[in-house]
Design a protein around this ligand. Structure first.
Ligand code: NAD
Length: 392
């Protein structure tokens, strides 16, 4: 099939297998070119097919030589439809890992379900014995409980409506948007989906099955960002879920059985999840421009390399006073945020290209789906029916 991008709103409904493979390889090569350090050797990554989870898996494998099990929720190709980019990323990751002599297996299914937890734990017990690190990197729009109840997360404010600028990704115009407040039920649902309950369930299930080391470490990801985004993120419905995630980290650690849980506050980046948040894509485009001009821009792989090799290296995990790892340290530097604020105040449709790195935003967006990778011939036929090694 010749695969071209088909973009609808903030998602692309096609993915390019060879492009995904090339982009995974770029990330692997980045880590291979860094200093190797010692770290966890049996790593389980929940949400391992895209964004921060995929990068966490790559860094664990290629920095520490870790065996990795990834839990993903992706689709292989069927009929005229390509597979999802997360599926192709995982095909590629396993292929490279196996060539490099690394253990890598994948479970494809709903991480929230008891069945997938059980399958994963069976695999851990059979192949690894116990894990020594759990990375919890789910970003999901909904969660279905065992009794069939479905919770849907929303990206809304809490309390009052919030009006600010946003970008229309189709027309590339700067427009005002008013984000309406979530009602109580919507906030509760967002906390159910993106809060820490399921993270705790994973820890409990792993502990009950004796499939996690007593001194294991676990990390989940959050975001804080500047004032501009607070109403929609940190103080919004998703922020309430992140507060719950933070409190879950505290209670996992407080259980006092040796497992240490951390929240890493990461940088804003273009991923499938962040592209869907109002206001945030415009902020990210401006942030990219400023961070690139200051030589401090990082993508998922650079962030995750720094997390595992600097912030969490050895026994001394570097945190702020509230015990959060601040991987957003460069994003939040005063000189970066002052410049972002100035550009945010001035940006309008006519000067959008001068004030924001739209090319960088769209490059990252297309690359999420395997497009715009170097060295890939997008006019050539490619095999969309490739399969994940460990699932054949
Ligand atoms: P992403 O969309 O790139 O990846 C999410 C992953 O979760 C994918 O691998 C997807 O397949 C998997 N997933 C979704 N539902 C699933 C399910 N039911 N079962 C199994 N797997 C499932 O997201 P991301 O941006 O990398 O986000 C990961 C975490 O990082 C989230 O907690 C997010 O809030 C946080 N974070 C993101 C940013 C950012 O700017 N993107 C910044 C800071 C923190």
């Amino acid at each position: 099939m010749i695969v071209k991008p088909k973009v609808r709103g903030f998602i692309c409904t096609t993915a390019h297998p060879e492009g995904c493979s090339a982009i995974v390889k770029e990330q692997i090569d980045y880590v291979k070119n860094q200093k190797k350090t010692d770290g966890p050797k049996r790593v389980l990554v929940i949400g391992a097919s895209m964004g921060y989870g995929l990068a966490s898996r790559i860094v664990s494998a290629y920095s520490f030589g870790a065996s990795t099990i990834g839990v993903i929720f992706d689709k292989e190709a069927s009929g005229a439809k390509t597979g999802t980019s997360g599926y192709y990323n995982t095909v590629a990751f396993e292929k490279y890992a196996h060539v490099d002599g690394l253990y890598a297996k994948t479970i494809n299914g709903d991480a929230y379900s008891r069945e997938i937890k059980q399958q994963t734990i069976d695999l851990v017990k059979q192949d690894l014995g116990k894990i020594d690190m759990l990375v919890y990197s789910l970003a999901a729009p909904r969660r279905t409980l065992e009794d069939g109840t479905v919770y849907k997360s929303v990206l809304k404010t809490v309390g009052a409506p919030y009006k600010n600028k946003t970008i229309d990704l189709k027309t590339l115009t700067v427009q005002d948007v008013t984000v309406e407040p979530a009602d109580e039920e919507e906030v509760e649902a967002t906390v159910k989906v993106m809060g820490g309950e399921d993270w705790q369930d994973w820890i409990d299930a792993l502990k009950a099955a004796d499939a996690i080391e007593d001194n294991a470490v676990t990390v989940a990801y959050s975001y804080i960002g500047p004032d501009i985004t607070h109403a929609i993120y940190a103080d919004g419905s998703i922020g309430k879920a992140k507060d719950h995630l933070y409190n879950t980290a505290k209670s996992i650690t407080a259980a006092d059985d040796g497992i240490r849980a951390y929240i890493s506050v990461n940088k804003a980046l273009v991923t499938q999840s962040s592209a869907a948040i109002p206001i945030v894509p415009l902020y990210i485009s401006i942030l990219y421009k400023v961070m690139k001009e200051n030589g401090v821009h990082e993508g998922c792989i650079e962030q995750m390399y720094r997390l595992f090799n600097e912030k969490m290296s050895g026994n001394e995990v570097q945190t702020d006073a509230e015990c959060r790892i601040r991987l957003d340290d460069l994003e939040m530097q005063d000189n970066i945020q002052d410049k972002v604020k100035e550009l945010w105040q001035n940006i309008e449709t006519d000067n959008i290209k001068d004030c924001a790195d739209l090319d960088g935003f769209f490059d990252d967006f297309y690359r999420l789906f395997g497009f715009r990778a170097e060295g890939v011939d997008y006019d050539a036929d490619c095999d969309v029916n490739v399969r994940i090694d460990s699932l054949q």
